[in-house]
Design a protein around this ligand. Sequence first.
Ligand code: SF4
Ligand code: SF4
Length: 283
Amino acid sequence: MSTPQEELQGRARQLLESGEVALVIGYGQGNTPEKTTPVFLTDAAQVDQLVLNPFCRNNLAAWLTRKDLKAKHDTIAIVAKEPDIRAVIVLVQETQVDPATVRILGVRIDEPGNPDSPVAVLPQTTLDELQQYLQADFQPRDMTPEQLNDVDQFEKLSPAERWAFWRRQFDRCIRCYACRQACPMCYCDSCIAQMNQPQWIDTSAHPLGNFSWNIARAFHLAGRCIDCGECERVCPVDIPLMRLNRFLARHIADKFDYKAGYDVEAYQPFASYKCDDNEDFIL
Ligand code: SF4
Ligand code: SF4
């Protein structure tokens, strides 16, 4: 019986051999046993480079919007965990990815980072099937008990306490933009945080600019963040970015009954209008 990793390699081989895709983006072994690194395979003979283990952490959907890759390869397959599949769904919603040019090698990792975590290759193969798989246990307000408790505790703080908390956190930001680079939803060619003509946000690692940068990024992600946690994982100074992302996600769920990444046909809350939308907060 083949292992999940062998099964994944077999599927990738079949996609490349048949010419169904020109490129497979997956995980390869990193420079230590607990690390993996993205690999880019164009030949079926390379598929033994693919690994599938609990340390497959990056959200590879971030590569799907890269113009250099799209220019070179007209069809791309990516290895995608559940959050990464949600990212592809949002990218299709936002017309950044043409579903006809993408294949998804869906995988499941129950406890990423835990060496004993079970891993599996999903039997579903089309975006439609994968979407149905995700929707099977869809709950707009769903979070783990720990995440829920964290947001609950944070919500209990006064606005002044929250403000002070985030000022302290964002003061530590070194403006490395690793959070942005890791995020599949941050795909602008030119980021507002680094523009200087006009300059909207102070570009140096200064408390004022740091605050604007992090708040602007969180707002740009509201209703779009698919909760992969990559931004927080890659932050070199351990800013708890997911607390802010989940806080916003919960308000989006409460106000709009919406959770990002589950329905390719859905209109996103901030990209659509309903006559009965609540407007109280505007006045
Ligand atoms: S903001 Fe963070 S958690 Fe949300 S999609 Fe981007 S990287 Fe993932
Ligand atoms: S990864 Fe952390 S330190 Fe780097 S820009 Fe993002 S929040 Fe700031």
